[in-house]
Design a binder for this molecule. Structure first.
Ligand code: CTP
Ligand code: CA
Length: 227
């Protein structure tokens, strides 16, 4: 089941991209975060802009420099990201969830800084599940013909098993396309090179690309919206 690509490229289209990693606060100065810098989402935003799209970048704690010429919507937590994405997706031809969303958040937020004297030698933090932004957007489909793209960073080293995880995930999320990549302590994060496989809702491989995040962004957008 091939998704209908956005016709005639991205010129004049509205593209909403989330990038970075959410941070879930424990107290006013501490959070649970992840290793995402936002590099791939920023590269996608720059490439979509260069193709003539109106680009909205929903930016969760970016470490990569934000691109010029796109509208930035800053968010911190998964809850803020969900709210911003639902609002912006209403006008989007393409939605790309490149952000690393925390799957869980602390069940409680301490309004004052936590103190060791009150906590003792070992601490247990209770976490609760966050909403799934990608699945929510895909289920709501606020605009007919909208293309919804997810990402999946997997540590599974075997390419076939990684593909199987991606096929299960794209089906579970209801996305049109899923960009799969392998990550680890030494790969996948930051401004360096990357390698991805793009699959569609039916699990078919639509593109494989390796190289700079800019070149990979171009390969992804070629699948989303062929010129
Ligand atoms: N995602 C999301 N909201 C969440 C978690 C993930 O929108 N609460 C999105 C990510 O932005 C990404 C896609 O879902 O586009 C896949 O994220 P991933 O963490 O690989 O999938 P999960 O469903 O969280 O599964 P896992 O248990 O493997 O982490
Ligand atoms: Ca996850």
């Amino acid at each position: 089941s091939e998704p209908a690509p956005v016709p005639q490229g991205l010129a004049g289209r509205t593209v909403v991209i989330s990038a970075g990693g959410t941070r879930e606060p424990l107290d006013p100065v501490r959070f649970l975060g992840n290793a995402s810098t936002g590099s791939q989402g920023v590269a996608l935003a720059a490439e979509a802009r260069d193709r003539g799209a109106d680009v909205v970048l929903v930016a969760a704690n970016l470490e990569a420099p934000a691109p010029e010429g796109v509208r930035i919507v800053p968010v911190r937590t998964a809850a803020e990201l969900l709210e911003a994405m639902r609002r912006e997706a209403a006008a989007a031809d393409v939605v790309v969830m490149a952000a690393a969303v925390a799957d869980y958040r602390p069940a409680a937020f301490a309004p004052e800084k936590l103190k060791k004297d009150d906590l003792g030698d070992a601490v247990t933090v209770e976490l609760v599940r966050n909403p799934d932004v990608l699945a929510t957007i895909a289920a709501e489909r606020p605009r007919p013909g909208q293309v919804v793209v997810g990402f999946a960073a997997e540590t599974e080293p075997d390419a076939e098993r990684r593909l199987a995880l991606g096929r299960e995930k794209v089906a579970r999320k209801g996305a049109d396309l899923l960009v799969l990549n392998e990550v680890g302590l030494d790969r996948g994060f930051g401004p360096g090179d990357t390698a991805v496989t793009v699959i569609d809702a039916g699990g078919a491989v639509r593109a494989e690309a390796a190289g700079s995040k800019a070149s990979v962004a171009a390969a992804i957008l070629d699948v989303v919206a062929p010129a």
